[in-house]
Design a protein around this ligand. Sequence first.
Ligand SMILES: [Zn+2]
Length: 497
Amino acid sequence: MRSRRSGRLSRSLRPRPRPASARATQRASTSRSPHRTKPFTFHVSRFTLPRLQLRKLQSLLSSLIPANPFYTRKLGSHDSITTLDQFQRDIPFTTKQEIILDQQAHPPYGTNLTYPLEKYTRCHQTSGTTTTPIRWLDTPESWAHFVATWRQILTAAGVQCQDRFFFAFSFGPFLGFWSALDAVAALGCFRFPGGAMSSIARLQAILDNRITILCCTPTYALHLGEIAREQKLDLTSSCVRLIIVAGEAGGSIPATRSRIESLWPGAFVFDHHGMTEVGPVTYQCPAQPGVLHVIESSYLPEVINPQSGAFVSSSSSFSLARRSFSEGGSSSSKIKNQDPNSSSQTGELVLTTLDRIGSPLLRYRTGDLVRPRPRGVCACGSHELALEGGILGRTDDMLVVRGVNVYPSLIEEIVRSCPGIAEYRVQLDSRPSLPELIIEIEPAPGPAESSLPRHLEKALQSSLHLRIPVRLLPQGSLPRFEMKAQRWVKVCPASSS
Ligand SMILES: [Zn+2]
């Protein structure tokens, strides 16, 4: 039974009639590919890009040595390069652990600073999802580059100056959407920062302010849509035409996209990913949802085998670099050949920040698993590195269960394809010799289907050829997440029994 308070809220959530102009705007801009009817115009040409990357790298290295203590120690005499291949050959990887140790040894910001402290005007901090949080300082110049990079993402998404944004998360110390907010402001768009609000209050604000673009995690887009459904709120009457998602893999997973778009009729999901210590990195291919392009004018990407360090993909449009050094190695490290079957393999994304001179990262091992497409011109007109399926998960989460590769994004795709499941959690038996999974599911509101676990087990068996046990939990028993969802939980049966 609904309380008086919730009944009052439900009534207040009824959408107000929208003016004809707003409906006309939505009709004009809403379709499954609403934002791309003409070729991209912001891309650097594939002939210019390697030269631009090399010029930026040379400028970066000359700025770092000897001003930046971290990289002066790390690079030694390798303070200049003449080719991109040489950069990959001579410059060692940077790991998150190196940055953490440096900040612990030299608190609070470490020594990866190219300028005196007074030049830095912004501080952000990683979420610490997997490791100790790290702090990251930025100068006004590097921040301006972030805003410019976000402008490219917004262009790819088809954002127009008359769009009205709602940011459905609490702004915190992570870089998150801060740079997006500034880019949206630079475009002259209306923006509503929706921090510290309940889901119902956010829905109310989205309707009242005739929001056309919602920014949040894929999980939270699902959650908001479910709340609207529970409240009997018809979102077909909302003006939301685009949902820009980040922070999780779901935006490039077909089943998750489909579920979000079914809860938000007329809206199109646009994926993007970035990291606090790197910046905004990718945009969704305008021609193919489920593919992310790396913005290569700002980042030099490589994809490597996380175990061997061998290349899975070339790092530049021209240079078919086939050599790599092992993690943390120096010029004397052992050279490893490119994997001969690399074009369809997954690997770890490695990024070099070309514009963040004040606090750069050279060949940074992101820990993100990706599947690069072979180099070539994409259907959207871009030749920037394309990542099939977006971010597939973390290298820490990559599992081989009874000989089968299992990625978090794969489990997400299968679970979201199974109707009637509101939320799920994956329990991982942490014994390395025998990794096993158990999936817990929570049914969608309404009468619980006792056959749900059996249906999901069959779907898992069909896709993965694995028997994975599924447990049905009561409604409302699994946590909901506004930011990065924590659905993979390691358990140790020996200690828990
Ligand atoms: Zn494309």
